[in-house]
Write a new protein. Sequence first.
Lengths: 113, 115
Amino acid sequence: EDQVTQSPEALRLQEGESSSLNCSYTVSGLRGLFWYRQDPGKGPEFLFTLYSAGEEKEKERLKATLTKKESFLHITAPKPEDSATYLCAVQNILTGGGNKLTFGTGTQLKVEL
Amino acid sequence: KAGVTQTPRYLIKTRGQQVTLSCSPISGHRSVSWYQQTPGQGLQFLFEYFSETQRNKGNFPGRFSGRQFSNSRSEMNVSTLELGDSALYLCASSLGLLGPNTEAFFGQGTRLTVV
């Protein structure tokens, strides 16, 4: 069974204080690892997809990296508007060609002035 | 272009009743997936439809069912509602199989409260 564990559960940063969120996964065949951002009362918003170990992707203050066992979401010089819950999910290549995603429970990030 | 639209946004039902939720995917998208989100369990996969066929199903009881129409719009139904079915139900659509140029876009969700 696919498993995704995110840490920490909650993180409080000062504006400009860089940090990393962790996503550890167990999957029989990784097709893709996804990062989403979710604001309260809204649906998840797509950030990145990573497909192979060593791959990195960047978007503004966010950078996602992937190894064979985990992924990191690095946040550089965060701003209050980066406050949200960040979700990690995996797609198994052995799920019959479907789009089933297995999600972690998320990291709730709060960036303060 | 319009995003994924879910209706209704909020719903209150009584135990034992049934409910139908609707999802209109982004125009041109043929894959629709449904997820249940609760504070304790996070997002859990319910099922996925592609071109009117169920392609994948999660570990939920048979009270949860869905379908997809020829215009790719999808509905999910929950019968004999239980208190534990209270959750945010999310729909995600994509062009096809998720890949380098294919992302899944989520709707705002339907907040179901069972009393």
